[in-house]
Write a protein that binds this ligand. Structure first.
Ligand code: DGL
Length: 288
């Protein structure tokens, strides 16, 4: 299998049929907001839809078969409703598995989010890197292939966190998240052996950059935390031909949720801070 760090679309820059491209940014929940902010900054003037499959959250616990079926079903609805020109799968757990099925099913380009193992291997001085991700992402063949292809000379710790994505959601909703809970999730990333220690941690779940400042503060020693969002945003801009955007008024973006549950006041405020003032509910209960 050919490994493409950005889970590249296989598409060259294409002629977008509309003067203002429509970009759908998709995640299981709120983590994709860390990619959304970079993407909107790189693609000023694009119409943005942010879709959170919160009925399926967290994806990290779903079997591979269930996850492929779920993402295809949800995408079917979203594409029919919003007609995006390009979709960003702002979710490592989904991208490391579902991109081939999405590209086979839909004619539009999909840009994925996958663990930044190549940049981590290039950046480490100690040769010790940690991949902090969901249990789904650390178990993927795709992740192991990235390590074999790019980080054969490194010691790579795969750290599957069951709680961190949920804690990020809690924090964004304005609910308290205590330091001990965060520390317990990130502690396995920090390894010391034979006079060397981990110096790079990849944030391989899009929820984790939402907690970056707190993780920096709690880290037992300083490390480089790699967030792939800037590279994803550059790739989207390149594909849409908006890499050098003229300043344009930011159109009103919309956020879609699949659970049908109401959104709290603090969450609405947090979404508005990402430019998502309009909320749409597209209920799609998880059936398996
Ligand atoms: N934000 C997702 C990711 O990048 C995963 C969170 C989840 O649904 O488990 O992997």
């Amino acid at each position: 299998m050919q490994v493409d760090l950005l889970a590249g679309t296989g598409h060259r820059p294409f002629a977008c049929p509309r003067p203002r491209p429509a970009i759908l940014v998709f995640d299981s929940g709120l983590g994709g907001l860390s990619v959304l902010s970079r993407t909107t900054a790189a693609c000023a003037g694009a119409d943005i839809v942010y879709a959170a499959d919160d009925a399926g959250f967290p994806y990290g616990r779903l079997s591979e078969d269930a996850l492929v079926a779920r993402v295809l079903a949800v995408m079917e609805r979203l594409v029919a409703r919003f007609h995006p020109d390009l979709v960003v799968i702002a979710c490592n757990t989904a991208s490391t598995l579902v991109l081939p099925a999405l590209r086979a099913r839909f004619a539009i380009p999909f840009v994925g989010t996958v663990p930044a193992i190549k940049p981590a291997a290039a950046a480490t001085l100690s040769g010790m890197i940690s991949v902090l991700a969901t249990p789904g992402t650390v178990a993927r063949d795709y992740t192991r292939e990235l390590i074999e292809a790019y980080a054969g000379h490194c010691e790579v710790a795969l750290v599957g966190s069951t709680r961190l994505a949920g804690l990020a959601e809690q924090a964004l909703r304005g609910e308290p998240v205590d330091d001990a809970a965060l520390m317990a999730e990130i502690a396995p990333c920090f390894i010391e052996a034979a006079g060397r220690r981990t110096d790079v941690v990849t944030l391989s779940c899009t929820h984790y950059p939402l907690l970056l400042e707190r993780m920096r503060r709690l880290a037992p020693w300083p490390v480089a935390w790699l967030d792939p969002a800037p590279a994803i945003a550059r790739r989207v801009a390149q594909l849409l031909g908006t890499a050098d955007p003229a300043p344009a008024p930011c159109p009103e973006a919309v956020a879609v949720f699949t659970s049908g549950a109401g959104l709290s006041g603090p969450l609405r405020i947090a979404l508005a801070a990402y430019g998502l003032a309009r909320i749409a509910i597209e209920p799609m209960p998880l059936t398996n």
